[in-house]
Design a protein around this ligand. Structure first.
Ligand SMILES: [Zn+2]
Length: 112
């Protein structure tokens, strides 16, 4: 994943926003130096033995001068039960990748 949120001036002073390839136009709020790019949401539904549901999406803020972390891509996890959202966390992509590798290693379906 690259940090592709770039705003460049165009001929008539109106900036052009470059969206990451994963950005969902219907969810994106990035415009003229503020807002966020968002991917579509992937939902993991609650299971009968576990009432928690998880929604996952990528996000990336637009770059803000003097705030180098303002446009770092994040993997956002929203965890909810049948009464509503319990928490939301943002993981750096590298941490989310490590979590993914761990889950694959722990999978009972893993075939080597
Ligand atoms: Zn976007």
């Amino acid at each position: 994943m690259t940090q592709t949120t770039t705003v460049q001036p165009q001929g008539q002073g109106r900036p052009v926003i470059r969206h990451p390839v994963w950005c969902d136009p219907a969810s994106c709020t990035a415009m003229d130096g503020h807002g966020h790019h968002f991917s579509r949401v992937i939902e993991l539904k609650a299971l009968p033995r576990c009432p928690l549901g998880v929604a996952v999406r990528l996000s990336q803020g637009t770059a803000v001068a003097d705030f180098p972390l303002s446009n770092v891509p994040l993997v956002q996890l929203s965890i909810a039960d049948d009464e509503g959202e319990l928490c939301e966390v943002g993981l750096y992509v590298e941490m989310a990748q490590e979590l993914g590798r761990l889950l694959v290693r722990l999978s009972p379906d893993r075939r080597l």
